[in-house]
Design a binder for this molecule. Sequence first.
Ligand code: UD1
Ligand code: CA
Length: 455
Amino acid sequence: MLNIIILAAGSGKRMQSKIPKVLHTLAGRPMLEYVIESARNLNPNSITIVLGHEADVVKSCIDHNDLNIVLQESQLGTAHAVMCATSMISFRNNKDSTTLILYGDVPLVSVSTLRSLLDSCCGGMSILTSISDNPYGYGRIIRDNVGNIVQIVEHKEASQEQISIREINAGIIAIHTEKLKQWISMIFNNNEQKEYYLTDLVKIAVNNSVIVNSVLPKYSWEVFGINDHRQQANIERIYQYEQAKNYMLKGLTLSDPRRFDVRGSLKFGRDVFIDVGCIFEGLVELGDDVRIGPYCILRDVTVAENVLIEAYSHVSNTIVESNVVIGPFAKICKSSYIKSKSKIGNFVEIKNTSFGNSSKANHLAYIGDSEIGSNVNIGAGVVTCNYNGANKFRTIIEDNAFIGSGSQLIAPIKIGNSATIGAGTTLTDDAPADQLTIARSRQKTIVNWKRPKKN
Ligand code: UD1
Ligand code: CA
């Protein structure tokens, strides 16, 4: 029988933020979600999460249907937090029950590391430790001369000699549930911080002649905690680099795996190339032979094969069919649908628009709330005037139409099949098929006109 307790009540003072620490993000998701996900992957009998600081905010940001939630009104320390949770843990009728304690601010511990920690508990107690080149802030593991763990000393309480110890406490503990219930009430707050330290369980175990086992994680970064924004950024880069390496093993070409961010899920076909500095959010799917230039942002986008997205383009909530060219500097958003072989060029914005096969808007245009047929050519500087300050209206452009540069299309409006709109037209009524429609005043030259002189 396995019960899991997740500690997440602290305010995270060192983050200097109004947002509770465990909601600060890693790859776009609250760090706490990673801990809850790992806990679920162990299929425990119960997961109890201890909330305190801004408990309601934290609760509203996580999926907690299958979790017991316990409130720690004032944050008196990690042992006090566990004490608040023990009432939720039943071990009756099961003498072999184990409790695993996870910290909400240690998000990257792998499930396999947690499994080996549980295996090493053996009805007693086991802790996750790590050898660190930068142990600053972590509890230090004190061992006796035969190597048995005798104590954990918090950084703030450590002597000069203890400070130099490189073996640190990850905070994660597996312990026989009955022992936890007995020992947790034996912890006092007689230390520098006047806090109830969970790490004092070690001393109690030793006093009860229980050997405390320990396990090292596969990767040292698994145990990194997030207490301030430096640690957050460090873990973000580690996480992103690990993702990048996995994607590369699956066939993705990245020009620099250290300048690549996925905050969600990325699927890709064969021979996909991604240049530096791109960000992928939500669900992104890229077909075979897709190439993405530097500094693009794609959020909730499906891109079919052989599409080229050039530098600095932002594409969101959009479906892109095959052989399309986008950018550089294009913005496409809000349920747009870009059909095959079309071209959306530089400084073109497409919003809530279906853009037909082989159509082109090569430069400087705004196409919003529109249905564009196939083989349509939209000149430079064309703007759909889709908003009258109160409501939005649609523009329909049928197949093979040609819209001259610098035209304004005042929606609602329809331009017929193979219509031509003369450059600089302000179109206020529908334009018929096959005809040239033009609306601009005739050019005139005023002879003998003189520029005014300055007084
Ligand atoms: C803790 C450990 C330290 C370890 C480090 C690993 C203790 C006393 N120290 O220190 O040995 O090296 O983690 O990252 O356990 N929390 C509560 N209620 C409280 C206090 C804390 O729920 O009253 C939660 C926090 O929200 C956090 C976790 O417990 O998720 C750890 O608390 P934190 O204050 O960050 O402990 P550290 O100083 O990092
Ligand atoms: Ca911490």
